[in-house]
Design a protein around this ligand. Structure first.
Ligand code: EPU
Length: 422
């Protein structure tokens, strides 16, 4: 198992480029199953979850090739509608592949998806949506089997907003017969980007990026890319993670190839904390201020404060003067990093499953810690970067799931992180 050795206390100075969005690229890879011909996806990050998605497609019979972040998928020879359980269990987005697969093949089977342990993460909303489109669903001891020789459009309301639920049902409806309306849909930028590309290839999707999406299905006819390319949008969570690191250690840190419009609430939060910040159309520059002010954070669906930045901003709040309340409203198990930060010297009181009180400013001490999930893993890397002394971060597979070669990129800015493959 690989781990990082981190020497704390080094400033970060210079420019860092943001990669393509993990949570965009994974859905484009799934969308390839809606097509008759080859699709090309550019700006795909080379991260573990993407490797798993590519393996999943290959197991289904697709041809997948990659060069310099440009991935081509040819789905002409799909031979099975069952997801490989061992691969599917390793990442949550595996469930997104089921929507297009069901629409394309009329049946699909899959295990309960895995992914970050940040809450219960049920799939009831997906099942309700597929049932509303006419799919039969059988729950087996190993997972689920769906069958729908003819998927019908429907008027479906999500009881809770779900990002992957919206993407999955939007793709299922793309090949269904008739009109589907998805209400109380998620509005993340990755969803509008996906809909825009599908529309370029013959889909009829209106309203993506709002809470009501209308899809006129093709009645089973697959989409045709005819050489068109899906460009992955910049990863707003990676950019936001770099913003937090810049606020902690930036001297200054310039974040390029990003879309500041996708980060308005985190940017406003940093401003309220007194972080010096400049931005242009595709870059943001941050420096670490002498003094950080406390603020309260409440996570929300887009465009609210992203849950995926909650742990990193909580780390930042340990360095702010005063008390801050962190309220996680999206997942009920996403404060599990607090205990480890406390062992490093932070003063975080977890009030209940969703709220924590952070008291600052507290210097952090180096330690050996274990990454529990992608984002808390990066928060621990940030903690090690500001702590006094040498830290060790174990289970960095979790960090590699979402951030490409993070140590090399941060070392170029002045960090001292060594990857040890044991
Ligand atoms: N939910 C249900 N039933 C469902 C689906 C979701 O109750 O059938 C609940 C969840 O338990 C949660 C809430 O709805 O309480 C919202 O979850 P959502 O479905 O929106 O999350 P997701 O689609 O599983 C995606 C990202 C996450 C990100 C969330 C929220 C992907 C692959 N994952 O997850 O990303 O945190 O949206 O923005 O797109 C990450 O990148 O580290 C990550 C965890």
């Amino acid at each position: 198992m690989a781990y990082f050795i981190v020497q704390g206390g080094k400033k970060l100075k210079g420019s860092i480029k943001v990669n393509g969005a993990k949570n965009g690229a994974l859905k484009s890879l799934a969308a390839s199953l809606l097509f008759k011909d080859e699709i090309k996806i550019t700006n795909v990050p080379r991260i573990e979850d993407v490797f798993r998605a590519e393996e999943l497609l290959r197991k289904l019979g697709c041809e997948v090739a990659q060069k310099n972040g440009v991935v081509t998928v040819n789905p002409e020879k799909i031979k099975t509608a069952s997801l490989d359980p061992e691969i599917a269990k390793r990442f949550r987005a595996s469930i997104v592949f089921i929507g297009p697969l069901l629409a394309r093949k009329g049946n699909a089977s899959f295990p309960h998806p895995g992914g970050c342990v940040i809450g219960k993460r049920p799939i009831d909303l997906f099942l309700e949506g597929w049932r509303a489109m006419g799919s039969k669903i059988e729950e087996t001891k190993n997972g689920y089997t769906l069958s729908a020789p003819r998927l019908m459009g429907c008027d479906f309301t999500f009881r809770n907003i779900s990002v992957t639920g919206t993407e999955t049902l939007m793709m299922t409806a793309t090949l269904a017969k008739g009109k589907t309306i998805l209400r109380n849909a998620a509005s993340e930028p990755e969803i509008s980007a996906l809909a825009k590309f599908l529309n370029m290839c013959g889909a009829k999707i209106k309203g993506a990026g709002t809470h009501a999406i209308e899809i006129q299905g093709t009645g089973g006819r697959p989409l045709e890319a005819k050489g068109k390319t899906m460009q992955t949008i910049p990863d707003r969570i990676e950019a936001g993670s770099f913003l937090a690191l810049g606020a902690l250690l930036g001297d200054p840190l310039r974040i390029t190839n990003c879309d500041p419009e996708h980060l308005e609430v985190p940017i406003q939060t940093l401003k309220a904390m007194g972080v010096p910040l400049k931005k242009g159309e595709s870059w943001i520059e941050v420096s670490s201020p002498k003094k950080l002010k406390s603020v309260d954070i409440k996570t929300r669906e887009y465009p609210g404060f992203p849950t995926d930045l909650q742990s990193l901003f909580a780390l930042l709040l340990t360095q702010a003067e005063g008390e801050s309340l962190v309220h996680e409203t999206v997942f009920e198990g996403r404060l599990n990093y607090a205990e480890d930060l406390n062992r490093m010297g932070a003063k975080i009181t977890v009030c209940d499953l969703t709220r924590a009180l952070v008291r600052g400013k507290t210097p952090l001490r180096a330690r050996e810690i274990e990454s529990p999930d992608i984002r808390a893993g990066l928060a621990f890397l940030g903690a090690a970067l500001i702590a006094k002394g040498e830290s060790r971060i174990n289970n960095i597979y979790q960090i590699d799931r979402g951030y490409e070669r993070i140590e090399e990129r941060l070392n170029k800015l002045g960090a001292e992180i060594t990857r040890v493959n044991s």
